[in-house]
Design a protein around this ligand. Structure first.
Ligand code: 8YV
Length: 321
């Protein structure tokens, strides 16, 4: 019997996924789910054929350069791959894969939670009830923004963006979007395309960020662009923190330019900008977009399908490099 490929798994994965890993691979698991440093990843990858990491491990050019020669592939347990220097991976001849599609429903669900939580002041309300500070009811108590029937702008109408649009239509929202190019009508499903972000923003009573984090989208939502949003708009981000300029968003939330923000992705997670915590008009989640049992299983199986293909000499379905 031929030797099973050795796979370094950096985080604890769902049981069913680890069962399959143990069955088909010589799996180096992380039962304690300890966050490895880059040095530890490099060390533990000694003799491994592949690494199955999460977005919590960074593969910079320097890390990739120091990976043992045995490593042929990085099969990510994530749809995002901004934690991997793709140029360096390509130069090293590494195969890099991700897990698209399977987390679109969960992430769009979370986006709706952010929209509703930010609009209906869920953080404030929850805090009041839990702290026993809720004293009274009055017509002016905890009045928020209605979601139904509003205009939702989506930056990045990809897989997750399209599901968010579908869910938002159940709230009778009108969808506007910007993407690098206009989508075919079956994917637009009636969403109104805007050639530039600047064209889109004035239409957005709500703005949802769903684009990929790249050098081009770094701080895409900055002070100049926030100024183009209608006064009182609500911004949500379940994509990546780097797309937002924190200082600009916090200033707009403080000044009242924006009514609220719902965030699940931040710069420098988990050490987020302290300004977000201090504001009453933020609804903050700890990067749990894909955190459902169903989706986490599906992400693991998708990463394993990619590994299976690589070791069978087939093209993996989700190759990004
Ligand atoms: C995941 C995500 O939880 O898949 C992604 O890109 O941002 C999250 O939903 C995480 O990346 C798992 O590694």
């Amino acid at each position: 019997m031929s030797k099973k490929p050795v796979v370094l798994v950096t985080r604890k994965l769902p049981e069913a996924v680890e069962d399959r890993l143990r069955r088909d691979y010589d799996a180096r698991l992380n039962p304690d789910d300890r966050l490895y440093t880059s040095d530890e990843v490099i060390e533990r990858a000694s003799g491994a054929d592949a690494i199955l990491p999460c977005h919590t491990e960074r593969f910079s050019a320097q890390v990739i350069e120091r990976l043992p020669d045995s490593v042929r592939a990085i099969a990510n347990f994530s749809v995002g791959f901004d934690h991997v220097d793709l140029e360096a991976a390509k130069a090293r001849g590494l195969v890099v894969t991700n897990t698209p599609d399977v987390l679109s429903d969960a992430t769009a669900e979370l986006t709706m939670l952010l929209i509703l939580g930010a609009a209906r002041r869920a953080s404030e309300g929850e805090r009041l009830v839990r702290s026993r500070e809720w004293r009274d009811w009055s017509p002016s108590f905890m009045v928020g923004t209605q979601v139904t029937g509003k205009r939702l702008g989506i930056i990045g109408l990809g897989r997750v963006g399209q599901v968010t649009a579908r869910r938002a239509r159940c709230f009778e929202m009108t969808i506007h979007y910007h993407d690098v190019r206009r989508l075919p009508p079956e994917h637009e499903a009636g969403a109104l395309f805007h050639e530039t972000v600047e064209d889109l923003l004035p239409h957005c009573e709500f703005l949802a960020i769903h684009c990929v984090a790249t050098p081009e989208t770094h701080h895409l939502l900055n002070a100049e662009r926030i100024a183009l949003l209608p006064d009182g708009a609500i911004v949500v981000n379940a994509a990546r923190g780097s797309i937002v300029d924190d200082e600009a968003l916090i200033a707009a939330l403080k000044s009242g330019k924006l009514t609220a923000a719902g965030l699940d992705a931040y710069n420098d997670e988990p050490n987020i900008h302290p300004g977000y915590r201090e504001l009453p008009n933020t609804f903050l989640m700890p990067h749990i977009g894909s955190a459902t049992r169903e989706t986490r299983d599906a992400m693991g199986f998708r990463a394993l399908d990619n590994l299976d293909a690589i070791f069978a000499g087939r093209e993996p379905r989700d190759r990004v490099v």
